[in-house]
Design a protein around this ligand. Structure first.
Ligand code: ADP
Ligand code: MG
Length: 225
């Protein structure tokens, strides 16, 4: 059932329909790219424009690939991975949603972070849930900060997601992470529960600081080994 809930939230994030559409978009994209390359080989005119078209098509392909990976079910797949890369993917994925609210996602990634033994897909799921919540909590024009650091004793990587949005009072703070607890009209109340479980599977830790009306600070610690 945990697997099912994981999948439910994944599908909630990406949308079952979106995954289907994403798949359908792939073929025409490939054809589009092929013909642009063909034109490029035939003429030197408009070369600059054609290059721009190609790089934009590449970008669409990248986003679609992300969509499809996320909509697949989550199986446990631990490996040594770079948390910074996972964060960059997450921010890429959620930037559109942020831009729609005129929110800037600021990332700060420390140099020379060690690789972490983790399930990258599951960690991505966690980061998506937290960053998405941060965007949803922020008002238009706000800002979300994502920072990755090595902790002082160097035995864990710390990922901090901070927003200056609505914040939470004591009552809400006590209930977050409980299945189906949500204060949103269209919420599932599954994101934090799923995330908490994934963090547990990684022997990690979750800390939260929040002030009603001021904002929220979530800190996820994942041991390096
Ligand atoms: P959902 O987002 O579907 O409501 P979550 O499990 O992700 O479910 O979050 C549960 C609840 O926790 C939210 O409805 C909200 O009340 C609260 N919450 C989570 N993150 C934040 C945040 N960054 N700022 C304010 N409230 C939050
Ligand atoms: Mg959520």
């Amino acid at each position: 059932t945990e697997q099912k809930l994981l999948k439910a939230e994944t599908l909630n994030v990406v949308g079952e329909l979106a995954a289907g559409v994403a798949h359908e978009i792939r073929n025409p994209l490939t054809s589009l790219k092929g013909f642009v390359q063909l034109i490029q080989n035939q003429t030197d005119d408009f070369n600059q424009y054609l290059s721009i078209i190609l790089s934009e098509v590449d970008r669409i392909e990248h986003i679609i690939k992300e969509f499809l990976v996320l909509s697949k079910s989550n199986s446990q797949n631990f490996e040594m991975a770079c948390v910074a890369d996972i964060i960059r993917d997450t921010v890429d994925l959620l930037n559109t949603q942020a831009i729609m609210k005129n929110i800037e996602i600021k990332t700060e990634i420390a140099d020379q972070l060690p690789l972490v033994f983790c399930d990258p897909m599951q960690l991505k799921q966690v980061f998506i849930n937290f960053v998405k919540n941060a965007i949803e909590a922020s008002s238009v024009g706000g800002c979300v900060e994502v920072k990755i650091n090595l902790c002082e004793k160097k035995e864990c990587v710390k990922i901090q997601i901070r927003d200056y949005g609505c914040g939470m009072d004591e009552i809400v703070l006590k209930k977050i992470g409980k299945p189906f607890f949500t204060t949103k009209d269209e919420g599932t109340g599954l994101g934090l529960m799923v995330s908490t479980n994934i963090i547990k599977h990684h022997n990690g830790k979750l800390d939260v600081k929040s002030k009603k009306g001021k904002g929220t600070d979530f800190i996820i610690s994942i041991p390096v080994k």
